[in-house]
Ligand binder design. Structure first.
Ligand code: TUI
Length: 314
């Protein structure tokens, strides 16, 4: 058993969050994770408020445990999703890809636990001052939109900069990663890529197959030219996009190239035109399991590692 401040704060059994992955983390996956004792998180991504409302209702019909919603702050629908989470009584809101300052007061007043993703110490300090409930420190090993720093470097600095519990994310996919996160001072972990192999994760079979066969050097980062670096699997789309970034095409044309690519990966499993977001830890994901078994397995792997760590000190 690993108990931490985050379990107490949220009333969950295991200190494991499932990351909010756009187009992927729906009410069904989130409910499976929460029923497995972790925190399931619905991703709003670029979807309208009504989609998020529907997914919260689906999750709540499948579990009585706490459910989170991740709001992607670059979304044109961020303002309406910010209202929906209050109306539908989400237990937890996590935010990503920006600064959620203007929403925090209202969410806290509604009794929602607010847990922003921070990618810098300055952001961690600001969120602490504004009353956040905890912080997610996400390093650049993660899939999707990433910050500059690695998990190894970011987590201990965030832990030292705040009195709030810190959830480590980015590059964590098994018990070793979970144990390491605790050693860095984290009170919980968030995993995204590992949950792509869950039975309850409804991505296209081509996506799952790619994750199950991924190797250590299988991801790359694109999007730096437009200021939104994104980690994905090294596929024909990612290579073409990368080349285009260093060509003389306009920013508008480049932006068009990326449109719809996430959906083409998740829904259509399009091996050529899809953008398959994944973290660097994809290479350790090699079997399909239920979400509950994933949580149990990583915790059971971490326990003896953490116990043995004490023996190093003589
Ligand atoms: O947000 C993510 N991962 C994502 S979002 C996404 S969809 C997307 N759509 C268009 C462009 C880019 C992405 C796919 N994956 N992770 C959380 C995260 N947040 N990583 C980094 C940050 C972050 C970055 C800057 C958080 C705060 C921040 O603050 C900047 C500021 O305004 O001070």
């Amino acid at each position: 058993m690993i108990k931490s401040a985050v379990c107490e704060l949220l009333g969950i059994e295991y200190p494991v969050f499932q990351g909010g992955m756009a187009w992927i983390s729906d009410g069904k996956l989130a409910a499976a994770v929460s029923n497995g004792g972790g925190l399931g998180i619905i991703a709003a991504g670029n979807a309208p408020g009504e989609y998020v409302r529907e997914q919260i209702r689906i999750a709540k019909s499948l579990t009585d445990k706490p459910i989170g919603v991740n709001i992607m702050l670059l979304s044109p629908f961020a303002d309406e999703v910010a209202k929906v989470v209050i109306e539908e009584k989400a237990d937890v809101v996590t935010t990503g890809a920006g600064n959620p300052s203007k929403y925090i007061k209202e969410w806290l007043a509604a009794g929602i636990k607010v847990i922003p993703v921070v990618a810098s110490v300055a952001m961690a300090k600001l969120m602490t001052r504004l009353g956040a409930s905890a912080l997610i420190a996400e390093g650049g090993e993660s899939g999707g939109h990433i910050g500059e720093l690695t998990t190894m470097v970011l987590v201990p600095q965030i832990v030292d900069a705040t009195a709030l519990p810190v959830i480590a994310a980015g590059g964590i996919g098994n018990g070793r990663g979970v144990a390491a996160a605790f050693m860095l001072g984290a009170s919980a972990v968030q995993m995204g890529t590992r949950f792509l192999s869950a039975y309850e994760c409804s991505i296209h079979p081509n996506y799952k197959e790619k994750i199950l066969h991924a190797s250590d050097l299988c991801t790359m980062v694109t999007g730096k030219r437009l200021g939104h670096p994104v980690r994905s699997l090294r596929t024909p789309f990612a290579r073409d996009y990368f080349k285009a970034e260093y060509s003389d095409i306009s920013d508008e044309e480049l932006e068009k190239l990326g449109m719809g690519a996430l959906k083409m990966a998740v829904i259509d499993g399009d091996n050529e035109k899809g953008c398959f977001l994944a973290g660097q830890i994809a290479s350790v994901v090699n079997k399909e399991q239920s979400a509950a078994d994933i949580i149990k397995e990583v915790i059971e792997e971490a326990e003896p590692i953490l116990k043995k760590a004490g023996e190093l000190v003589v």
